[in-house]
Ligand binder design. Sequence first.
Ligand code: FRU
Length: 480
Amino acid sequence: MMLERNEELKELAIKEIKAHRETVEGDHYRSRYHLMPPVGLLNDPNGFIQWKGVYHVFFQWMPFSTEHGAKFWGHYSSTDLVHWELAPTALTPGDWYDKNGCYSGSAISHEDKMLLFYTGNVKDEAGNRETYQCLAESTDGIHFDKKGVILDLPEGYTAHFRDPKVWQHLDKWYMVIGTQNLAEEGRVVLLESSDLKNWELKGDVTASGHQEVGSFGYMWECPDLFELDGTDVLLFSPQGLEPEGDLYQNVYQTGYLTGQLDYKEGKLSHGSFRELDRGFEFYAPQTTLDENGRRLLIGWMGVPEQGEDHHPTREHKWIHMLTIPRELHYVNDKLIQRPVPELQALRHERVEKTASLSNEKIEWTEMNGTVYELLLHLKKIDGSFSIHFRNHASMIFDSEEQKLTFMRVSFIDGKEESRSCSIAEVRELRFYVDASSIEVFVNGGEEVFTSRIFPNKSDDSLVFKAVGEVLFEAIKWKFK
Ligand code: FRU
């Protein structure tokens, strides 16, 4: 009976894709480098894994509207991290324990199967929430059999208890879950299992109010805990932080703590929180260790409740996308994010220029475009240097203030708005400019700015401007 409901939901999603294909595909804001929903709303990346050689990225998906709701798990797969194919819908909210959404979670490989762990979201008529951690299995990486609930809500936490991330350490399995306690403080809990079905709660790995984070929000979403270059990293998305100078400017944040996880005690000893991205739209990222031993990350290029109603793509029946895949490293006490080198396969028609600017601007029409990769080597910046995209967004480095700023025209009120970070030196800027987004990697990934932009269709200008003296080299590749 219930199987029928899941099958029915899958059919309805396919119909929805077909019914709106032309409207969706007809949008000039559709992306080339990034994964998007085929229709409807996409949010968190889920179940990121390389399994039997093939990369899989699932995503939180509402096929029937551009609003949040009872989420499906949409599914993309790829052999090279560059070319992706939409696979059949992996999970649908058709059972009593996930009827209001198959919420975020993760994937592992086990005994020749791919296993998905996710949160079943349930709401009653009065809006009361229930939460169940659930399991689904696949033998082919395409079709998933739901196995039902493996964990009920433990005592001491509210029903905001979700987003299981599972990994193996020595001979045991571990799971982190994002939650809040009854005093409405954010935390991440750790669970342990020998068989992936029975899970023992070890307690809070860390939490708001603990160690150097101090009082730190009312809910922590989408945790991920992994070892990287000799340290343990806890990545999560806290909610409820107040802006502090350049920090915490978005409605909700994403960042990390580093230190050592004591598996026996279930505690992470760590330093202070760092934001992972400096741009406007970045949330709920997830990592995986691929078959080459690389730690890869993909994030949601969106933030919950941050102007979502104003995205112009909604007119075309879709909203949001994922970031490009990035490779993570831990260098000088900091996470470094680099675009995966596989993306170089998309480089096409190289244009190279060198310029020495003195209180002037320059535009080379061969550099203009709407979808391209741009790499700048900055040899000298004495004053301020800015790069202006489509008369809509710009990146500015001020060498006196040692400040790097991304500016854009707001899609809410048309006014200029900015995000900044302090940085002593900018030697390299790598931009992935897409029809409606920009990702900027600074000095090989020391800082990253990820944002959506919605410029005029007909404007493809790219202008470089110096106030003072600037010497740089620019290389641009069109998207292939
Ligand atoms: C984060 C999040 C998760 C939840 C999912 C629901 O954006 O709120 O905590 O599982 O989205 O779509």
